[in-house]
Design a protein around this ligand. Structure first.
Ligand code: MG
Length: 290
């Protein structure tokens, strides 16, 4: 299934996207539930309950405005840094200063605040040159947790994956490198485009898909998820060590090579740029920079 959150004639709703992607059928949720996007549905399914009934006819996709499937995640998004070898190499000595530390020991994990999430076609807003001048994109497959748990073993981890969505882990590199912690440089308002929907794990194999990113039509990133340094089961095992994961938690799994900082010379996002991210079997994000 594909769970989408959208605005229809001024009302925020959540629904099921048809297999042909042409329509979306709203489900019977209160406005308070719909404000949380797909989260109440992921929670219901994790409890073994059925989805609510349809509430109205299928709507043409072209007539609604897609929002992030989790427009306000329940808490910070877990994010993984340095999770593709080629990306580790392109930022070696800058973002990844600790050159002598073996990359295959433990993953880097940081978070983005929930309030930076925006929709799949919303604008990425530059915070201003007095705050940052080095805005970069990071195309990523994001895991959405279904059944929660703590100390989840690697062999059981995929049972806890409800599905997947796309995030752009937009990053202010100068701010990221200024602080020992990355959260500030990763959490500016609008710095987490998400969508276009959540695809359930029975319909997408996140271990074997392909992440691509174009800036103004130029292909910058193209990485198969098989090339992750720490695969999804390992990430879930690591993050759930002593921390309970809940339905709807998001884990952004890291970005392939080809970010703007890795180019020579670096190419930062500018006003008017368009970043398009596509993951096979999932869909596309397209966000203009302003
Ligand atoms: Mg990232």
């Amino acid at each position: 299934m594909r769970l989408a959150c959208f605005e229809d004639r001024g009302r925020q709703r959540v629904g099921l996207v048809a297999d042909d992607l042409q329509t979306v059928t709203p489900l019977a949720l209160s406005d308070a539930e719909a404000a949380l996007g797909a989260l109440p549905l992921v929670e219901r399914l994790a409890r073994g309950e059925a989805l609510p009934a349809a509430d109205g006819a299928a709507l043409p996709m072209a007539s609604v405005r897609l929002l992030a499937p989790l427009p306000r995640p329940r808490r910070n998004l877990f994010c993984v840094g340095r999770n593709y070898h080629a990306h580790a190499a392109e930022l070696k000595g800058s973002v990844f200063k600790d050159d002598n530390k073996p990359v295959d020991q433990w993953p880097i994990v940081f978070t983005k605040v929930p309030e930076c999430v925006v929709g799949p076609h919303d604008v990425i807003r530059l915070p201003g040159a007095h705050i940052t001048e080095q805005i970069d994109y990071e195309a990523e497959l994001a895991v959405v947790i279904g059944i929660g748990g703590k100390n989840i073993a690697r062999v059981d981890a995929m049972r806890h994956v409800f599905g997947y969505t796309i995030v752009n882990d937009v990053t202010a590199r100068d701010v990221q490198m200024r602080h020992a912690q990355w959260d500030l440089g990763k959490s500016f308002d609008t710095f987490c485009p998400m969508g276009p929907w959540i695809v359930s794990a029975d319909q997408l194999d996140g271990l074997h898909t392909r992440v691509r990113c174009w800036v103004n039509g130029e292909l910058r990133q193209d990485g198969p998820t098989e090339q992750m340094i720490f695969d999804i089961p390992t990430l879930i095992e690591t993050i759930s060590r002593g921390i309970t994961l809940y339905p709807g938690d998001v884990i952004a799994t890291g970005t392939p090579a080809g970010v703007g900082m890795g180019l020579v010379p670096p190419r930062w996002l500018r006003e008017g740029d368009t970043v398009r991210i596509e993951i096979d079997g999932l869909g596309t994000l397209e966000n203009r920079v302003a």
